[in-house]
Design a protein around this ligand. Sequence first.
Ligand code: GDP
Ligand code: MG
Length: 185
Amino acid sequence: RLDQQLKEINHFTVKMAKSTEVKIAVFGRAGVGKSALVVRFLTKRFIWEYDPTLESTYRHQTTMEDEIVTMELLDTAGQEDPLLREGHIRWGDGFVIVYDITDRGSFEDVMYFKNLLDDVKKPKNVTFILVGNKADLTHSRQVSTEEGERLAADLSCAFYECSACTGEGNITEAFYELCREIRRR
Ligand code: GDP
Ligand code: MG
């Protein structure tokens, strides 16, 4: 019995030693649904209103290839001063850039955020994914799926179109894919 227990403890220790932390920051114009997406990923629920000025961090633990992975998520709130933002970018190992498919301006902002990330992380390559949110609002769509795909191809990143509201578009997979990509680096 003791032998068995020791074996288990040993196994656990090995697992812990291998455990890693992955820091992910979510960027995008105010109102694109950053908070809604993060909360959907963490709780599988949608809450209509969040304080848009609130910035939060969350921890989410998962197992990947037999390793414990702790994801730290930073839901940014924009409008902050440039120094704070730069700190957020330095902090992050990987990023989610979000736009709203019903807001062309938010799509145009993607390049702005990408350039910010590049500036702070250079000469390193930035690990990120592109997410087009609010896919449920098809009647007021301003950015086509193809445009999103094309931009992602230009930027060599994974692309997901989804809705934090309905849960369509595999938001979980998006966050996990980013996590895997960070770990491959
Ligand atoms: P943030 O400023 O980027 O954090 O955006 P929020 O998460 O606060 O969302 C802004 C507004 O968009 C809120 O009124 C949300 O209810 C709404 N919203 C967020 N995601 C979706 C979505 O996928 N579909 C729809 N219809 N509304 C959404
Ligand atoms: Mg928010």
